[in-house]
Structures are given as structure tokens and as C-alpha cells.
Design a protein around this ligand. Structure first.
Ligand code: HMG
Ligand code: MG
Length: 306
């Protein structure tokens, strides 16, 4: 199959990237990160999560983040919502897009949202219905699509079942999360093909963590099957609080570089994005995880010094 000519990138850095950060990140830093990402050309930015602050303290300022960001025309600022309480708070904060998040692993579902897969779907159903009533788009996530930290292997048919349930209840897109980043290209293809038997491929997104260094290879494998939406995190920020050892999402700069090499347009300004990766990494006191950002920043420093 020909590779897609256009790809949408959903920037999840401000949420997935920061949720596991041990140090408290000031709201102003999150707001500035979101501004810079918009400047770099990102059109879909997952801004925060309306989850229990006891479970994920870093997202406790969700309403404040939503109040302080500049809501720019043409940019979708989505937020994570686990239940009706989260939905009501997101609605009050002016969210126009939300995402519910389930899993293909029973144990992960319990650890992450304190309920079984079946219970989670019943919990999401009224959220999706209320959101659609309020003209709010809902995305669905499935975690552990290529492995679970507790259960190990996850059957592609189990992933397909949850993905279909989310699509069937009204999610406009279902993001398939390799939460622990253990997937490889062939396994990725088998999983996507299984899900594509239950729901349209055009409504699926790939969400790859880079823990085992396979994220870019898995994205390429997904592109070969025609997937055209990918989640990524600036500077490769992140990890999951309920998946020990999970590293960040694939770095947005690395995905943009891959796509650029394939002649696939994203509308993203790579130089501005690399600067943003450098800036947020400095704010967090570490080096950026993105090899592309590191290369670009080193090249820029060398040319400034020359
Ligand atoms: P629970 O303890 O079962 O909830 O947690 P509960 O309904 O029994 O309520 C307990 C307390 O939480 C109550 O407060 C509620 O008011 C409060 P108390 O009366 O004890 O003071 N509460 C809330 N507060 C704020 N916002 C809410 C909310 N709901 C209840 N929405 C719950 C269940 C789902 C709330 C909890 O487990 C939770 O918040 N989990 C979120 C975990 C999370 O955010 N994980 C990371 C995101 S998922 C991810 O990273 C994967 C992804 O990136 C894809 C991939 O990589 O695979 C998406
Ligand atoms: Mg994730």
C-alpha cells in the first residue's frame, strides 16, 4: 500500500509527557509549552487531564491550564477525562475535545483507572453521550496494545474488541497505545490488521512509547498499512505512572524528521519544535531525549559559534 500523503500529529507532551514528572512543573511552564507548540505548527495538542489529583498530582492544575492557555483558532486543545466528574470539570473549563482512556489489559485497567475493562466502557458510555450532546469531540485510547507490564502478551483480538467498543459508542478516533514500548514492527502490523477488521483504519491512531527504541520502526510499519495519525511528545517527554519503566512517547521531532524524509507533509516547523524541545528539557533539568532535536540544536549552536 502507498504511504499516506498527509499525516496528523497529536502532540501529547503537555499531558502524557508531563503527567509522570516527579518535580512539580509550574502551570506557567505548561502554558508556555503549549504556546510554543502552537507556534511550531502543532494543530492538535493534548493540554492536560481532568483526573483525580490523588492519582496523578501533576495534572491537578488542569482547570488552571485550560484557563490560562491562549485558545487559538485552528488548534484543538484536548484533555483526558476518565469519568463524568472529569467530563463536567472539562466542560466547565471550556474543553472542546476530550479523550476517554481504556485498556486491552484487565490488570492495567485496574491499576490505571481502578475498574475492569467492562466497567470502564460502561463508565465511558454516558461521558461520550454527554460530550456529543455538547458538541464535543471524543477520542478513545486503548492502552497496552502490544504488551502489559503485568500480563505480558496481549492478544490482538482483545485490543480490537476494546477499540471497536470505543468506536461504536461514538469516539471519532481510537488511539492504540504501546504503553510500555515493547512492540516491534511485525507485531504492530498484526495488531493493526486485527483492529482494522473491527473498525475503519482511517479512524485509528498510533501511540508509541519509545522505551525499547522501536517507536519509529513501529510508526513506519503503521504507515505501510496506511495509518495516518500518530501521537508524539516534544523532546520525547514522558512515561506512565501506572507502567513502571515506561519511557516517553516517541519524540515529535523524530516523527517529523521521518515523515519529512518520506516526503509526507505535516505543516510543522522542525527548527521551532527542536527549540521547544531544548527549552522544556532545560526547564525540567535534563537533556532532550530526541536524537533529531539534539542533532538540530548542536548544528544550530555550531553555526552560531562559527
Ligand atoms: P477512584 O478512586 O476509583 O475514584 O479513581 P472514585 O470515583 O471512587 O473517587 C475517589 C476520589 O477521587 C473522590 O474524591 C472523587 O471526587 C475523586 P474524595 O471524595 O475521595 O476526595 N475523583 C476525581 N477528582 C478529580 N477528577 C476526576 C475525579 N474522579 C474522581 N475526574 C479514577 C478512579 C478514574 C478517578 C482514578 O483512577 C484516576 O484519576 N485515574 C487516572 C489515571 C491516569 O491519569 N493515568 C494516566 C493517563 S492514561 C495513560 O497515560 C495512557 C495513554 O497515554 C495511552 C498509552 O500510552 O497507553 C492515554
Ligand atoms: Mg501514553
Amino acid at each position: 500500500m502507498a504511504l499516506p500523503s498527509k499525516v496528523k500529529i497529536v502532540e501529547v507532551g503537555p499531558r502524557d509527557g508531563l503527567q509522570n514528572e516527579k518535580q512539580s512543573v509550574p502551570t506557567a511552564t505548561k502554558v508556555e509549552l503549549i504556546r510554543r507548540l502552537g507556534d511550531a505548527g502543532l494543530k492538535s495538542i493534548e493540554a492536560t487531564a481532568f483526573v483525580s489529583p490523588r492519582w496523578v498530582p501533576q495534572m491537578a492544575d488542569a482547570a488552571d491550564v485550560m484557563a490560562k492557555i491562549e485558545h487559538r483558532e485552528g488548534i484543538a486543545y484536548s484533555v483526558l477525562v476518565p469519568n463524568m466528574k472529569g467530563f463536567e470539570a472539562a466542560l466547565a473549563a471550556g474543553a472542546k475535545e476530550i479523550a476517554v482512556f481504556g485498556a486491552a489489559s484487565e490488570t492495567f485497567s485496574q491499576k490505571n483507572i481502578n475498574c475492569s475493562i467492562a466497567e470502564s466502557l460502561e463508565r465511558f458510555r454516558p461521558v461520550v453521550a454527554a460530550a456529543r450532546e455538547a458538541d464535543i469531540k471524543v477520542r478513545g485510547y486503548v492502552s497496552c496494545v502490544l504488551g502489559c507490564p503485568w500480563e505480558g502478551e496481549i492478544k490482538p483480538t482483545a485490543v480490537a474488541e476494546v477499540a471497536w467498543a470505543l468506536f461504536d459508542m461514538g469516539c471519532h478516533e481510537v488511539s492504540l497505545g504501546d504503553t510500555i514500548g515493547s512492540g516491534t514492527p511485525d507485531a504492530t502490523k498484526v495488531m493493526i490488521e486485527a483492529v482494522a477488521k473491527r473498525m475503519p483504519l482511517k479512524k485509528m491512531a498510533g501511540h508509541f512509547h519509545d522505551t525499547w527504541g522501536m517507536a519509529i520502526a513501529n510508526i513506519y510499519a503503521s504507515l505501510e498499512l496506511g495509518l495516518s495519525v500518530f501521537d508524539a511528545s516534544v523532546g520525547g517527554l514522558g512515561g506512565c505512572p501506572y507502567a513502571a519503566g515506561a519511557s516517553g512517547n516517541v519524540a515529535t521531532e523524530d516523527v517529523v524528521w521521518l515523515l519529512r524524509g518520506l516526503g509526507i507533509e505535516t505543516g510543522i516547523d522542525l527548527a521551532k519544535l527542536a527549540d521547544t524541545a531544548g527549552w522544556i528539557s532545560q526547564e525540567l533539568g535534563r537533556e532532550t531525549q530526541s536524537k533529531v532535536a539534539r542533532a538540530l540544536l548542536a548544528k544550530k549552536a555550531a553555526s552560531l559559534a562559527a
